[in-house]
Design a protein around this ligand. Structure first.
Ligand SMILES: CC/C=C\C/C=C\CCC/C=C/CC(=O)SCCNC(=O)CCNC(=O)[C@H](O)C(C)(C)COP(=O)(O)OP(=O)(O)OC[C@H]1O[C@@H](n2cnc3c(N)ncnc32)[C@H](O)[C@@H]1OP(=O)(O)O
Length: 295
């Protein structure tokens, strides 16, 4: 039997047919299909319910590097074209973390070419997620700063674990600036006044604070995050899909089109901005502060 997954009872896993075959990889029987397991993004498709669970799997903190973002983008594209797939739950396979956001090492002392490739991968992953026809829900079972917060905000619904975990766009604290499309998504989520404060301060919120400003939709004990997402999904799945998708698309189109129309310019701007001496200095200091935390 596979080791129990965090936030999921052994009974629930047994019920869902989790087994570990001779090869050693976790797989599911009958109604479940694993799209991928070896990489940094695990996709588990339940063909009976039409719900896919996509787990980021890059321990220790699921920082989003070029590989993770490319894999995430491909996984989302596959689900989008899978007619049996109706909904997607974005979660983490790493305990205590949803995602630490972009891999800072992709932005520090990197080449302009790598920066552009990295940024394109982020743009594509986000366009696929924010523009998805699927019902998308974030199961936030841990910290979710910066790019992690962007991924969560880009879903249709967010359930976060109570306790010590934090979520927010903290870019200014690193001496960098949240790109316009991060800002647009936050504006659409919590409104203008809260976004202005949140972005200038680089604020990281507790789950309860995030709930109070509408950054997340529900806060529950850690073990209840997945069951709560599953319960909420039942409501969403009852809505006629075409009407829901048209509504979602019309509400998100302007923000998506804004990036689509200037993808290359945005990627070039990122590479130029991030390679400024002052930005590199700030990033260097931030990396040192993360490392110092341990000593
Ligand atoms: C007008 C201008 C317009 C455009 C400008 C263009 C672009 C600029 C904008 C770019 C956008 C960036 C968005 C981002 O996502 S930036 C990333 C921000 N992320 C963070 O600040 C999170 C940092 N991490 C943490 O706070 C903690 O790690 C965390 C709370 C998530 C978890 O804490 P925990 O105690 O559990 O773990 P740690 O011991 O801290 O970390 C373990 C190891 O992981 C390393 N680490 C952590 N986060 C990252 C990361 N984001 N990238 C790379 N590496 C990371 C950490 O250093 C530890 O490493 P080791 O010491 O073990 O080697």
């Amino acid at each position: 039997m596979a080791a129990p997954m965090r936030g999921m009872s052994v009974l629930r896993q047994a019920f869902q047919g989790l087994v570990r075959p001779a090869g050693g990889q976790v797989c599911r029987q009958v109604q479940h299909r694993c799209y991928s397991t070896p990489g940094h993004v695990q996709v588990d498709m339940n063909s009976e319910t039409g719900v896919a669970t996509v787990r980021l799997n890059r321990p220790p903190v699921n920082s989003l590097n070029l590989d993770v973002l490319t894999e995430l983008s491909i996984a989302l594209e596959k689900l989008e074209t899978d007619k049996s797939c109706k909904a997607m739950v974005l979660a983490s396979a790493a305990p205590g973390i949803f995602s630490a956001g972009l891999d800072i090492l992709e932005m520090y002392q990197s080449t302009p070419e790598r920066c552009v490739a990295f940024w394109r991968a982020l743009q594509d992953a986000w366009l696929n997620l924010y523009g998805s026809r699927l019902i998308t829900m974030a199961a936030i079972e841990g910290h979710s700063p910066a790019g992690g917060c962007l991924l969560a905000m880009s879903c249709d619904y967010r359930v976060m674990a109570e306790g010590k975990f934090q979520i927010g766009l903290n870019e200014t604290k690193l001496g960098i600036v949240a790109p316009f499309w991060f800002t647009d998504v936050m504006l659409n989520t919590i409104g203008h006044r809260e976004t202005e404060k949140a972005l200038q301060l680089g604020a990281l919120y507790s789950a309860q604070q995030a709930l109070s400003i509408g950054l997340v939709d529900k806060v529950v004990p850690l073990a209840e995050v997945m069951p709560t997402v599953e319960g909420e999904l039942k409501n969403w799945l009852q809505i006629p899909a075409a009407a829901r998708v048209i509504t979602k698309t019309s509400m998100r189109k302007a923000v998506l089109d804004r990036l689509r129309s200037q993808k290359e310019k945005d990627a070039q701007f990122f590479a130029d901005f991030i390679n400024r001496d002052s930005v590199q200095k700030s990033l260097g200091m931030y990396i040192a502060s993360l490392q110092k935390k341990k000593n």
